[in-house]
Design a binder for this molecule. Structure first.
Ligand code: CA
Length: 360
């Protein structure tokens, strides 16, 4: 009896061991091995780590059937070549921001952020339930790309300056790193917008190659040490009120996936879209305290008349984009309609509540 039990135990053990080996083999044998190129420095807090998390999620959710290796900025291609690299199939996937691709289509900018436009909450509403993602998918299809929202920074900061901004005239002649439509607004206000990838900002600011910069918000700005190169930290980031990050997938690679794997990729992006905003919501307040208390940063609001003028310019800039081509007009019309509809509700919900809370 004892011997038989012993043999039975050994047998069960071998079976369990065999199952483990089989599982490990499944996990190691990916059906699809992908590269993900990004516009962010490797492992950069929030953005780069968000891309890493997205790759991990796709691996986990697919049980190892898709394996994604992440490449930071310049590891495989420079930041601003990510779109082309994924379109051409050099990489199967990218993590970036759509306003970097305004050279491909002006309309792309609506899918990242618009000065005085939607907040993160409103962007998600428009993209997932207001027709935004459908238009985005239509815009990228001719490039052979499938887009998906895959992160949001929330409201950004106005930026870092070495002089006080007391009036719009103080923006005149200012060379500032500011991408997308925000850059166009600065240009009309008399400044010179420059677009630099994140990794080049600190050196450019410190050397005086640029006079001012915006990046993201306290969490990311602290990580780059921007407080060491500029004195004043202005808010709010009127130019980026809820910047959506994007995942782009090479269409041929996407179509080569079975439908369950396609769903896994898109839903992993959806998880990251929420998770990144949660991370910024948790980290920004702590980083702001560090900037103010440890690094004695001079925090200032933009004067009201400066904001009023910039808002007026932004309206012109954004509506002019609608005149560029038929598709841009379609995207502008959809964006504007959603924002107008959302305005009243946001006013009597988030805004009214935050004001009520602050009164206490
Ligand atoms: Ca920014």
């Amino acid at each position: 009896m004892q011997r038989r039990d012993f043999i039975k135990t050994i047998g069960a053990g071998s079976l369990a061991f065999g199952a483990c080996v089989a599982k490990a083999q499944t996990a190691q044998t990916a059906e699809h091995t992908w590269k993900m190129v990004t516009t962010w420095p490797t492992n950069f807090p929030g953005l780069g780590t968000g891309a890493n998390k997205l790759a991990e999620l796709i691996g986990e959710m697919s049980g190892g059937r898709i394996k994604v290796k992440v490449y930071g900025e310049n590891e495989l291609v420079p930041a601003f070549e990510v779109f082309d690299a994924v379109a051409q199939g050099t990489a199967e996937m990218g993590h970036c921001a759509a306003y970097y691709w305004k050279g491909k289509s002006e309309a792309a900018q609506f899918f990242s952020t618009v000065p005085f436009g939607m907040t993160a909450r409103e962007m998600s509403g428009w993209l997932y339930h207001g027709g935004g993602l459908k238009l985005w998918t239509e815009l990228y299809a001719p490039f052979g790309l499938v887009p998906a929202p895959a992160g949001n920074t929330g409201v950004q900061m106005g930026g870092w300056f070495n002089k006080e901004i007391k009036s719009v005239a103080d923006l005149s002649g200012l060379k500032m790193r500011i991408p997308g439509l925000g850059g166009e607004v600065l240009k009309r206000a008399g400044g010179t917008p420059v677009n630099l990838p994140g990794s080049e900002i600190f050196t450019a600011l410190q050397s005086g190659a640029i006079d001012a910069t915006e990046w993201v918000g306290p969490y990311n700005d602290l990580a780059f040490g921007l407080y060491k190169a500029a004195k004043y930290y202005y808010y709010p980031g009127f130019h980026e009120p809820g910047t959506a990050l994007e995942a782009i997938v090479n269409m041929a690679a996407f179509e080569a996936l079975s439908t369950d794997l396609q769903s896994i990729v898109l839903n992993a992006c959806k998880v990251m879209n929420q998770d990144m905003l949660a991370e910024y919501t948790a980290r920004n307040p702590v980083a702001l305290q560090t900037l103010l208390e440890k690094h004695a940063v001079d925090l200032r609001p933009y004067p009201e008349d400066v904001i009023a003028k910039l808002r007026q310019i932004a309206e012109e800039v954004v509506s002019e984009i609608a005149q560029k081509d038929e598709f841009s007009h379609k995207v502008f019309a959809s964006y504007k309609k959603f924002l107008q509809q959302s305005q009243q509700w946001s006013g009597i919900s988030e805004l009214a509540y935050l004001q009520a809370r602050d009164l206490g």
